[in-house]
Design a protein around this ligand. Structure first.
Ligand code: ZN
Length: 95
């Protein structure tokens, strides 16, 4: 089975702030990001709009308060760390 764009839904505007991504990159939300299923293969990473280098896919999850309030979201987004640029969160649609 190949993963095309039809397997994704984009949810905006998550996250709103680069600090949210920094928290994920520091591993602070591993409890949640580790539950996001691995995607193999990942779709081609988009090009960073600033430096034109390929961006990097990361697993992203909202903070623990959101999960306590049953508003937690997890999925994939692409980041360029040097430029602090990111794409909207993509959540996989299961079938
Ligand atoms: Zn960049």
């Amino acid at each position: 089975m190949s993963l095309g764009e039809r397997w994704w839904v984009t949810i905006e505007p998550i996250p709103e702030d680069w600090r949210e991504i920094e928290a994920v990159l520091r591993g602070e939300r591993q409890e949640y990001t580790s539950q996001i299923p691995p995607l193999d293969p990942l779709p081609p990473a988009p090009e960073c709009p600033k430096c034109k280098e390929p961006m990097e896919w990361i697993r992203y999850a909202t903070d623990s308060e959101s999960w306590r309030n049953l508003r937690g979201r997890g999925g994939y987004l692409a980041v360029c760390v040097p430029c602090q640029v990111w794409t909207p969160l993509r959540v996989m649609v299961m079938g």
